[in-house]
Design a protein around this ligand. Structure first.
Ligand code: ZN
Length: 469
């Protein structure tokens, strides 16, 4: 394809019978790609048709045969609003989301507890005031003192809960069991960061004297830690019947535990992050402390297993685990990797990675892209079919992408508050060109086009495992 799709291809007549029409597109439907376009009225999709059957729109966009797919749902992003505004905020984090084709971002609070009704209401107000995309959020963190919040939160539309098996937010096995029992009874799901603390405690001793090498961070957190924690959490899900969602799986061993549990019919889903699909352990010494995150980068073989599981439907969704920080907090680990902040940017990169490393390298199909990035997260978070699909009556959340456009990734193009990116200097093939939230264009021409104030909180239904995966 030739030049970029820009505002030049947008015509405003104000004479249409609907608000917006996008024509001459390849629509990514659940069944695959079809030619045509769609119309939007009052923020929802009102018609999907071939070009000759589309009505006149107040605004018409010629998509120039680009691919139009449902907006991404990023189900795991640390927006940190208002706890760590030096890292990210709804304003900057949601702009990064929009620039990555994400139309609903699901914040996962870490340091600020969202465990009272008052805190839910405050969080909704913050999101409405500052976000440029739709949003929802996790309750958290689950610990021994707050398992009882689960039924009340589900009633308020917060049906996603987070727990850790490891420091610094470690919840005991009993707490995880109780939380899974609650979601079994009331709906929703429990997401667990699964690394075994006992294994981590022991293996880090082997690294003494070697902490100046960034790769030590990965070597100190062996695959075994993930495997054991995943296995234990699956046992708890089996006992209780609660929906367990394994956060950011990274290892072959973890995947095989999940795969066999799925085949036994246990209610378990999982997710993968773009950085684990791009980088691997040996990149760490080259990339330095920026490449520190938890779980860490793994081997090339693990990375290949993640791609395979994503294609086969054993990994249900893609998420960013967006958790950037001021660069000083990374540089602090220059001589001792333990001192660096663990976390990287990501929400602006999910779609780019899936296009460049997935579609364009033959590791992913378009129908799988739709499922893992949009449809399945909408199902797991109970937002389907309002979100995550192109259907009449669904919210007009979509992104127009050019799978052939080459783009050099730079810190300057990032909308995150933290002005660095792990992907700096990489050339990626395939990128979002326009993002729409409920029919309003929020991203285009490389810029954010709207001000905050139009975003809506998305109350989660009880969700569940994607059907037919
Ligand atoms: Zn996370």
């Amino acid at each position: 394809m030739s030049s970029s799709l820009t505002s030049k291809h947008r015509k405003q007549t104000g004479r249409g019978s609907v608000d917006l029409v996008v024509r001459n597109a390849q629509l990514l439907m659940e069944s695959g790609l079809v030619r045509g376009g769609l119309g939007v009225k009052g923020g929802t999709i009102c018609i999907i048709a071939t070009d000759e059957h589309l009505p006149e729109g107040d605004v018409t966009i010629d998509a120039r045969e680009r691919i139009l797919m449902p907006g991404l749902i990023d189900g795991h992003a640390h927006i940190h609003d208002p706890a760590m505004l030096s890292h990210e905020s709804f304003q900057s984090g949601s702009r990064a989301a929009a620039g990555g084709g994400v139309t609903t971002v699901i914040d996962m609070p870490l340091t600020s507890q969202v465990d009272s009704i008052k805190s839910v209401e405050e969080k909704i107000q913050q999101g409405k005031a500052h976000s440029v995309v739709d949003f929802s959020f996790y309750a958290g963190m689950i610990n021994s003192g707050n398992v009882s919040i689960i039924p009340t939160f589900i009633e308020k539309g917060i049906a996603a809960f987070k727990a850790f098996t490891c420091a610094p937010y470690q919840a005991g096995t009993g707490v995880i069991a109780k939380a899974l029992s609650e979601v079994s009874e009331y709906g929703g799901h429990l997401t667990v960061h699964s690394e075994d603390q006992g294994v981590l405690d022991e293996f880090k001793k082997d690294m003494d004297g070697e902490w100046d090498a960034p790769i030590s961070h990965s070597l100190a957190r062996p695959n075994l830690a993930e495997q054991l924690a995943v296995r234990q959490n699956i046992s708890l899900a089996e006992q209780t019947g609660g929906h367990l969602h394994i956060a950011h799986v990274t290892t072959r061993e973890g995947l095989s535990e999940i795969e066999s549990a799925k085949l036994r019919g246990i209610m378990v889903t999982t997710e993968v992050c773009p950085h684990h699909l791009v980088f691997y352990r040996d990149d760490m010494n080259r990339l330095g402390p920026r490449s520190k995150m938890n779980p860490p980068l793994r081997t090339k073989e693990d990375r290949a297993a993640l791609w395979s599981a994503l294609l086969r439907g054993m990994i249900d969704i893609t998420v960013s685990d967006h958790a950037p920080c001021p660069i000083e907090k990374k540089e602090a680990g220059k001589d001792d990797i333990r001192e660096a902040w663990a976390g990287v940017d990501g929400t602006q990169m999910i779609l780019r990675v899936l296009l460049s490393e997935g579609i364009n390298k033959g590791r992913l199909s378009y129908t799988r892209l739709l499922r893992v990035a949009a449809r399945n997260p909408a199902r797991i978070f109970g937002l389907y079919p309002k979100k995550g699909t192109l259907r009449i009556g669904s919210d007009a959340d979509f992104v127009i992408i050019d799978p052939d456009r080459e783009e050099k990734i730079t810190a300057e193009m990032m909308f995150s508050k933290c002005e660095w990116t792990l992907y700096e200097g990489m050339t990626m093939k395939g990128s979002p060109e326009m993002t729409f939230v409920r029919g309003t264009q929020v991203f285009g021409d490389g810029k954010i086009l709207t001000k905050p104030g139009r975003s809506e909180f998305q109350a989660m239904g009880s969700g569940g495992r994607p059907v037919g995966e």
